[in-house]
Design a protein around this ligand. Structure first.
Ligand code: CS2
Length: 484
């Protein structure tokens, strides 16, 4: 419980100069990439300090700069919390105040890597075509103001333009968000964005910039008063940038860094030739189960993941979904999916982690396609394994309906907490029966894959579960699902 002792818990003076710009300095980044980079520099040195960029919030930037970019990571172990002081961030910039310092950092030849955690909704890239979504608010703004960008793609493309113009080698761009083939998707989106404003720049990016894919994993709930209180108790001083996280951490990275990289292996990162199978496994088994827990938990009155997991039937349902999700995977050498699933169940059960189902339930339209629909498309129509996928889809629909009908419209937008909230509310306005709810939500453009939309058996399976959820409630629907 104390922080005296090991050097890494005490923090060390900063070494090295900045070499990385990280965009999106929320809790996940501070619990993950910043920790790996910290370990890499403490073990091997190198000029890999991180300049943190926040696209929207300013509070975290001010908090970090007030303490020299340092912050506390509290690991929630079963036998009590352990605090680590992370010193890999040199400073932070609020892009919303002024984007120029961000562009200056991106243009600096010393910066060799850009890492990114901005969540799925900030990309504005169509998952199927890989092209930008012109109506996405940031894409729209940045295409109209390419020299004064505010969003992810605009900032990356302007940074690359400045480097091309100056004759500087490009940086490597690493997406660390929970998107399938995140490197490929980001590359396609960046090139398409650039092509719309400067075709020669698009060609240069296509020829010279590397976009390695990565799989990132560490359960990191939003910080709460308990986090700050523990940080103060363990360190003896306030730390408004403190975060808390689970002991487990994983990073699988495609080793494609032409300008070098930190020795992230020092923190346990694994370099791989092909990251996609790991991403698929994590998105389908961990994140897919998380979404199932989130919507069923919201319907069943479970505030935290750990409480849902303490309910025997609920835990069985999650175990069943892991099994069904594993059935969509090709074998992965060295990985036993049953063991991976069992370890995930243990992580979800961790009593020390207060992970709110409401937090995971946000942005469902952004999450379900890769977590639920893509694997469902790989199972043959009508197979039993589809049951838990259909239940997750039905639970999402039931939650959307509940929030639409139980609150005034502006409150409903806030409760639904999804970039497509207004569309969802409009779709549900006149929908009462399970068939109407399903049909109106399944028809949201560019969302449920055509293969599922045109599959009568999938429709029937989801509607049956939705009916049960609406008439008998979550516990009953779970019992039905887990009963052979
Ligand atoms: C969660 C993830 O909020 C969510 O959607 O499923 O943030 C999850 O906790 C992380 O991906 C774990 O690595």
């Amino acid at each position: 419980m104390t922080i005296s002792g090991t050097p890494e818990t005490q923090g060390r003076p900063k070494t090295g100069r900045p070499g990385i710009v990280h965009i999106g300095i929320g809790a996940f980044h501070r619990a993950h990439q910043a920790v790996y980079t910290d370990a890499a520099m403490k073990a091997h040195g190198g000029d890999w300090q991180i300049i943190g960029v926040s696209l929207r919030s300013t509070d975290i930037v001010d908090a970090l700069n007030a303490q020299n970019g340092e912050f506390t990571v509290i690991e929630r172990h079963p036998d009590g919390p352990k605090a680590h002081r992370i010193t890999s961030m040199s400073r932070a910039i609020a892009a919303a105040r002024d984007v120029q310092p961000v562009l200056d950092a991106l243009a600096d030849p010393a910066i060799r890597i850009i890492t990114i955690t901005v969540t799925e909704k900030a990309y504005g890239i169509d998952r199927v075509s890989g092209q930008v979504v012109p109506e996405h608010p940031s894409i729209k703004h940045d295409l109209a103001n390419p020299r004064q960008p505010a969003g992810l793609l605009g900032i990356l493309v302007e940074g690359l333009r400045l480097r091309k113009e100056a004759g500087t080698a490009p940086f490597t761009v690493v997406s660390c968000d929970n998107l399938p083939s995140n490197g490929v998707l980001l590359r396609d989106g960046v090139i398409d964005f650039a092509r719309r404003i400067d075709p020669a720049l698009a060609d240069w990016i296509a020829q010279t910039v590397s976009f390695p894919s990565t799989m990132v994993d560490r359960i990191t709930p939003a910080a709460t008063e308990a986090t700050y209180a523990d940080a103060k108790r363990l360190l003896g001083k306030e730390d408004p940038a403190a975060i808390e996280t689970e002991p487990f951490s994983q990073w699988v990275i495609e080793d494609n860094f032409p300008n070098g990289r930190p020795a992230w292996e020092a923190g346990g990162a694994v370099m791989a030739d092909d990251v996609e199978p790991y991403e698929r496994m994590k998105l389908r088994m961990l994140n897919g189960s998380h979404s199932l827990i989130a919507y069923m938990g919201q319907l069943g009155g479970y505030r935290y993941v750990r409480d849902a997991m303490a309910d025997g039937d609920f835990a069985k349902l999650v175990g069943l979904h892991m099994k069904n999700a594993a059935a969509t995977m090709q074998p992965l050498p060295g990985i036993d999916f049953a063991q991976y699933g069992a370890d995930l169940l243990d992580r979800f059960r961790n009593r020390e982690i207060a992970h709110e189902t409401r937090q995971i339930a946000m942005d469902g339209t952004e999450k379900l396609p890769q977590r639920i629909f893509a694997p469902a498309c790989e199972l043959a129509s009508g197979t039993a394994e589809l049951g838990t996928f259909a239940l997750c889809c039905a639970a999402w629909m039931a939650v959307m309906r509940q929030r639409t009908h139980e609150a005034a419209p502006d409150k409903a937008v806030e409760l639904i907490n999804d970039p497509r909230a207004v569309e969802i509310i409009n779709a549900l306005k006149d929908a009462q029966l399970p068939t109407e709810i399903y049909d109106s939500l399944a028809a949201l453009p560019n969302w449920m894959p055509e293969q599922l939309q045109s599959d009568a058996s999938w429709r029937e399976t989801v509607i049956a579960r939705l009916s049960l959820l609406l008439s008998d409630g979550a516990a009953s629907a779970i019992r039905h699902e887990i009963t052979p």
